[in-house]
Write a protein that binds this ligand. Structure first.
Ligand code: ZN
Ligand code: FE
Length: 256
């Protein structure tokens, strides 16, 4: 099976930059462009040439480096077609079901609106990996800026349906704060307690807590667990649909 090289590095205050590379084909993609400098440094260190820039959504902390990277490398800038007018330097707009050829790999586009209205996730099934931007975080999910709770819940459902072993790369290192909040919603979850402890150890050493995995999130991320009886009981929402329970958890996080 073909091997996809992936590196992740800190950008700005709490963003992540990610580079993926298919050696035999000589192609390299950056996922989002929080800042051009660390991405160019990562490319130089590896000796990789940037061919693709894959943008998840239009926010400046994901697109600020677009024009500088395009100018420096001649890469093709790809992003959600629904936000094309808000993505600097975009060459190709993509949407649900589109497939981007990347060396020996296929990158599949999944629309995951809610944080922004055109937000997309890039999934590479053959490498068991997905780049979710600001839709899903370790033990958290993105703030709902442009969609509504129902739209965001539908997007999270698409990610929950990915194969459980799928590695998930997220836009931000928000894990410690998310863990603290998750424990207020799902305090008796032993796996969550254990994970929260691991996370505080990792963060005290300044280590990245990402990527995560779908199976781990299904067990420990309260935003993906509105069906769980103990959580419903705690919220006094035994008879509400899942999306309403999700909306209440999101509301509480906004106020936390
Ligand atoms: Zn964002
Ligand atoms: Fe962001």
């Amino acid at each position: 099976m073909a091997k996809l090289d992936i590196i992740q590095f800190a950008c700005r205050s709490d963003n992540y930059g990610v580079l993926i590379h298919d050696e035999p084909a000589g192609v390299t993609a950056a996922i989002d462009a929080p800042d051009a400098e660390p991405i160019l440094a990562g490319l130089a260190e590896k000796g990789w040439r940037l061919t693709h820039l894959l943008i998840t959504h239009h926010h400046a902390d994901h697109t600020a480096g677009n024009l500088q990277l395009k100018e420096a490398t001649g890469c093709t800038v790809i992003g959600p077609k629904a936000e094309a007018n808000r993505i600097p330097g975009i060459d190709l707009g993509v949407g649900e079901g589109d497939i981007i050829a990347f060396g020996e790999f296929e990158i599949r586009v999944i629309e995951t609106p809610g944080h922004t209205i055109g937000h997309v996730t890039y999934c590479i099934p053959a490498a068991s990996v997905a780049f979710v931007g600001d839709t899903l975080f370790a033990m958290g999910c993105g703030r709902i800026f442009e969609g509504n709770a129902k739209v965001m819940w539908a997007s999270l459902n698409k990610l929950m349906a990915l194969p459980p072993e799928t590695e998930i790369y997220c836009g931000h290192e928000y894990t410690a704060a998310n863990a603290a909040f998750a424990l207020t919603i799902d305090p008796e979850n032993a796996q969550l307690q254990k994970r929260a402890k691991n996370v505080s150890e990792q963060r005290s050493k300044d280590l990245a807590t990402l990527p995560t995995r779908i199976d781990l999130e299904l067990e420990t991320n309260p935003f993906l667990r509105p069906h769980v009886a103990a959580i419903r009981q705690r919220l006094g929402m035994q008879h509400d649909p899942d999306w309403r329970v999700f909306a209440e958890i999101r509301e509480r996080k906004n106020k936390a």
